[in-house]
Write a protein that binds this ligand. Structure first.
Ligand code: 6PG
Length: 244
């Protein structure tokens, strides 16, 4: 893999500044032209970091949500009302506050068998997203986080999904969590027009340093390299604490 593009990395003095900048990226995309079908496709990250951005988006009266489809980068094997559900988190921090109809909210069915849920989601992506790169659906924006171990979405170190180079969505067994998760794969992540990582906190510093260092031992998040699109890493000083 080529060297990490340092130009993609922006270090912010605080998590507040990080999210203010992320809001601007999202506003710019949401103000941009829609595709031929008048649509924009955005994949939301799970976890806790993005919640601040989702609340800022929910409070922003100036955003035009017309034609916006919201998707998910990954989901836990739980029903949509479970406290561990990424969908539930997004509903509470964003979706319930904005005028996007249910028909444009694409939930990964965590309550179903993971393999069936992955198949359903892949078919849904193919059906709804018309922009293509080498046959793969192109998201306008994919938001991602990164775990302390360098995982992103549910692409965890040492798991089978890291080797998936054809499917867009898979059920990924994660032995270190004792569970199977549903996740987008590198093929669809790397077809996106823009990928924005949101990473904050000292706990992420070793993994971020490993991503930037690159090489064959780089953690899963390092494998997200949009082939034609723009890669952005928005991190705070705490997460950047071990960068050379
Ligand atoms: C998930 C997320 C996951 C998350 C990282 C970072 O389902 O947990 O999709 O990939 O982005 O674990 O989470 P934080 O941002 O909460 O540290």
């Amino acid at each position: 893999m080529s060297e990490f593009p340092r130009s993609s990395l922006r270090v912010f003095p605080s998590v507040e500044a990080l999210h203010a900048a992320a809001l601007e990226v999202a506003r710019e995309i949401l103000a941009a032209g829609r595709d031929a079908k008048g649509e924009i496709h955005i994949a939301l990250a799970g976890g806790s970091t993005p919640q601040r951005l989702y609340r800022l988006l929910a409070e922003d009266e100036g955003i035009d949500w017309e034609g916006v489809h919201l998707w998910f980068g990954d989901e836990r094997p739980v029903p949509p009302d479970h406290d561990d559900s990424n969908y539930k988190m997004a509903v509470e921090s964003l979706i319930r506050h904005i005028p996007v109809p249910e028909s444009r909210i694409h939930r990964m069915r965590g309550e179903d068998h993971p393999a069936a849920a992955a198949d359903e989601y892949e078919a849904r992506l193919e059906r709804h997203i018309s922009s293509r790169l080498d046959g793969r659906p192109v998201f306008d924006l994919i938001l991602l986080g990164m775990g302390d171990d360098g995982h992103t979405a549910s692409l965890f170190p040492g798991t089978a999904a890291l080797r998936e180079n054809r499917r867009l969505v898979v059920a990924n067994e994660v032995p270190q969590l004792g569970t199977t998760r549903i996740t987008l794969t590198y093929p669809v992540l790397n077809a996106a027009r823009k990928v924005l990582f949101l990473v904050s906190g000292a706990g992420k510093a070793p993994a971020l340093a490993a991503v930037v260092a690159g090489g064959k031992d780089a953690p899963p998040a390092a494998g997200v390299r949009p082939e034609r699109g723009e890669l952005l890493w928005f991190v705070d000083e705490a997460a950047a604490g071990e960068l050379p």
